[in-house]
Design a protein around this ligand. Structure first.
Ligand code: FMN
Length: 192
């Protein structure tokens, strides 16, 4: 089993990007075990170095780092706000990148396969947000796959069951298959 951690950069209950991750889970091969997080269940204060110096790392950030360490890959659905990733996603990754205990800040991310997908009501599907998230994940040390999907006009792209159709479905399936495959190979290499 390859374990993949997945979360969306949206707190919204009816988030399209959360739906996209649900669909990714449905389309994934059985060899992948997903842990799907809702960042609303892991609230974090806005990163503030003074807060960190006084209180240390918040429990939720420690928990997210632990989960990241325990998984072999990362799948992020990145909504687009004003041409980039959301503040929620950036803030979460900023907290997760901080040094904690004996671990260096970037240890949980280093050489971990990752993929970024997006959905938006707009004509570009959040593709610019994907670009910004890819840059950040590369900076954190992840190996970001070239495969991705940005679902355009998402209000009409999902059917009543929340399933994608045609090209979008195929692209998303390719992303999860590629991510699972790379994570598995890298895990085997690390063990061998
Ligand atoms: C502050 C703000 C800025 C936005 N900017 C963009 C944008 O640049 N491009 C885009 O495609 N959608 C933009 N949107 C629309 C979002 O894509 C839309 O709200 C989407 O549903 C957010 O993702 P979610 O459904 O996963 O929460 C923006 C929305 C907000 C609230």
């Amino acid at each position: 089993m390859t374990r993949i951690l997945a979360f969306a950069g949206s707190l919204r209950k009816d988030s399209w990007n959360k739906k996209l991750l649900q669909e990714a889970l449905r389309l994934a091969p059985e060899s992948i075990q997903f842990t799907l997080l809702d960042l609303k269940d892991h609230p974090l204060p806005l990163y503030d170095a003074d807060f960190e110096a006084e209180h240390g790392m918040p429990e939720n950030a420690i928990e997210l780092r632990r989960l990241m360490t325990e998984h072999q890959g990362l799948l992020i659905a990145s909504p687009e706000y004003n041409g980039g990733m959301t503040g929620v996603l950036k803030n979460t990754l900023d907290w997760m990148s901080r040094k904690h205990g004996d671990q260096r800040g970037l240890d949980p991310f280093m050489h971990k396969p990752a993929a970024v997908v997006s959905a938006s009501p707009g004509p570009y599907g959040g593709a610019r947000s994907v670009q910004s998230a890819v840059l950040l994940l590369n900076r954190l040390g992840c190996l970001v796959l070239p495969d991705g999907v940005s679902v355009t006009h998402c209000e009409t792209a999902f059917d009543a069951e929340g399933h994608l159709q045609g090209k979008d479905q195929k692209s998303l399936q390719r992303v999860v298959q590629a991510l699972g495959g790379v994570a598995l190979k890298m895990g085997q290499k690390a063990e061998g």
